[in-house]
Design a protein around this ligand. Sequence first.
Ligand code: DGL
Length: 269
Amino acid sequence: MKMPKNNHAIGLFDSGVGGLTVLKEVIRALPKENIVYFADTARIPYGEKSRETIIRFSIENTIFLLEQNIKMLVVPCNTATAHAIDKLHQIFNIPIIGVVEPGAKKAVSVTKNGRIAVLGTRGTIKSGIYQREIKKRLPEAEVIAISCPLFVPLVEERMLSHPVTKLVIQEYLTPLKKASVDTLLLGCTHYPLLRKAIQEFMGEDVTIVDSASTCAEEVLLTLSHEKLHCDGQNDPKHHYYVSDDPQKFQQLGSEFLESPLTSVSLKVD
Ligand code: DGL
C-alpha cells in the first residue's frame, strides 16, 4: 500500500554533521515527523568551493532525497543555501527552506543599534546573501561580514575550548569589538558549537543568534500551511545517509545532535 504523502519524511542535506544543529531544532519543534538526512561527507567542505560546484552538489543531493520520498526539503547548510537555494526553488516542485532568511530575520529582530556581525564560510560571505537579506529587512543596518575558514576544522576536531581556537577567535573577531556590534549571527552550521568561546571573547553585551530555531519554526509553519503534517500514528523514523565513512558520522553526529544516531547508511551510487 502506498504511504500517504503526509507521512513522507522531511529531507535535509548538508556537507556533513553540521546541519544536525538545525535538525535538532526541527526534531524539537516537530517530534512526530519522519526524517531523512543526507551528509555529503565525501565532498565536505562546501565552504571553500565555487558556486557552480555547490549548485551541482545541491541538485544531486536533492534528487537523492526525492528518491527517498521526501515531502519537503530543508537546507541547513549556509553555503548551499547561499549559492543554490534559488536554483533549487526553480527546479523542484516541493516546499524548500534554507537557513539564510530565518537567520537574517532573527538577527534583525534582536539588534538594537543596527550593527550586526555575520560569520560564515568564505563561500557564504562572498555571496553577500546575508548582507542583502539583513538590509532588505533593515535598510539602515550596518552589516560586518567575516569569513572564518578555520572554525569548521576546529569544530570537526572537537577543539571547542582549546587555546588554539581561542587564538583563532581573537584573530577573526577583534575587528568586531571596534565596530560596536550588538548582534552576532552565526551563519554556518558548525559555529553554534563555538558559541560559548565566541561569547566569552565578545562579552555579554553582544547577543549571539543562529538560524536553527527560526528555521525550525518556518518548517512548522510551512507544514501547517501546506497541510503536510505527519499523522503521528507510528513512531517517527530518523534515517541518515552519508557519502563516506558512516562510522565517523555516527560518532561525531551523535555529539552534534546530543542523542545517539542509530540508523546510518552509506549512499551507493
Ligand atoms: N555546512 C557548511 C555551512 O554551513 C559548513 C561546512 C562546510 O564548509 O562544508 O556553510
